[in-house]
Design a protein around this ligand. Structure first.
Ligand SMILES: *Cc1c(COP(=O)(O)O)cnc(C)c1O
Length: 339
């Protein structure tokens, strides 16, 4: 047993339950010139003060990835390197020092070694990992400049099967954007809190689960998931750009789609075209992201109309795409070379 394992939760969560949060993090600190070594630290001992830059000026970004129990019992993270690259891009926009790829991957591996054996349930459960980067300089007057110091830490939680038990309902928003263009592909809490009011209103006023942001009628993504349509033997999804978050799940599914006989079309998709495509009985509308992997969308609320997506009720292709990906994650199918 590692020395600090008594600081972690002791019972793995059964599949289907909520999450069990590890009480420790893997932590490294940047003093303005270099990163410290990694260490395991209690998650309530980060040493933040009320004057921390992050608490006032939002200098924070994060990642979300999973590690899965393999057939031999080992716990293996999925595409950690891809998340390291994305965090580095977020860090650059927030003027925070990016953890080098090796430090990022080492922190994931350290956290998985520390809490993975205890906290990771059998598939379809997994260990959810939340690498986080914050500016922690103590100076409330640092409004006009970056934090001179930073902390990078990895939070972990064992989680059960995270899936929606029914197709989702989306409110289509064509006026208000999710965030500003320059921050569309930055994974930062500020983007979430900016969209929160609209999403909450869509829930309360329309019974929607999420908002599909489509400024000017061009589809981007929802508050926390990428968007794709499966229709006529094709996966159609908006092309990468500055507008939305470049999901690792999106990337993985597009890589696997041809194996299922699906062509991939990365192109702009309008709300009008979506409404038209949704009429075909075999069209599936899907959201993608690390937590749920693939979630079918059964209803679009647009311009006061309810558009039912009949193909999403069973979503056979969505299920096949999801299984193709989760089989790789759990070691039941071979990984593509650079994953
Ligand atoms: C994290 C996130 C996604 C999904 O990205 P994955 O890498 O697939 O988990 C999509 N949209 C937003 C806004 C996100 O923050």
């Amino acid at each position: 047993m590692p020395p600090s394992s008594d600081a972690t939760a002791s019972t793995p969560p059964p599949a289907g339950s909520g999450s069990v949060l590890a009480s420790v993090v893997a932590l490294a600190e940047h003093d303005g010139s270099a990163w410290s070594d990694l260490r395991i630290a209690p998650s309530d001992a980060l040493g933040l003060t009320a004057a921390s830059h992050v608490l006032h000026y939002g200098s924070a970004c994060f990642e979300g990835l999973k590690a899965h129990r393999q057939p031999d019992g080992a716990v293996r993270p999925f595409r950690s390197a891809k998340h390291a690259v994305r965090m580095a891009a977020s860090a650059e926009q927030l003027m925070l020092p990016a953890p080098p790829e090796a430090l990022f991957n080492d922190a994931i591996d350290l956290m998985v070694a520390e809490v993975g054996p205890e906290l990771t349930p059998e598939p379809p459960g997994s260990l959810y990992l939340r690498p986080t980067l914050i500016g922690n300089e103590n100076d409330v007057l640092a409004a006009g400049r970056p934090s001179s110091t930073a902390q990078f830490f990895v939070v972990a939680a064992g989680m059960g099967n995270y899936f929606a038990d029914r197709p989702l309902t989306l409110l289509v928003e064509t006026d208000v954007p999710r965030t500003v263009t320059r921050f569309g592909r930055v994974k930062c809490g500020a983007n979430y809190v900016m969209a929160l009011g609209l999403i909450d209103q869509a829930r309360r006023d329309h019974g929607a689960d999420q908002v599909l942001f489509a400024p000017g009628g061009i589809i981007e993504e929802t508050g926390a998931s990428n968007f794709m349509v499966v229709a006529g033997g094709k996966v159609i999804t908006p092309p990468l750009g500055e507008a939305f978050l470049h999901g690792v799940t999106r990337d993985s599914l597009l890589h696997l789609a041809p194996d299922l006989g699906l062509a991939v079309e990365e192109r702009h998709l309008t709300v009008d075209e979506l409404v038209e495509l949704a009429q075909a009985p075999d069209t599936e509308v899907l959201l993608t992201g690390t937590a749920a992997v693939v979630a079918p969308v059964g209803t679009l609320l647009h311009d006061g109309e309810r558009v039912e997506v009949k193909g999403s009720i069973e979503a056979p292709l969505g299920k096949r795409l999801k299984t193709a990906l989760t089989d790789i994650q759990t070691g039941d199918a071979p990984r593509p070379a650079d994953w």
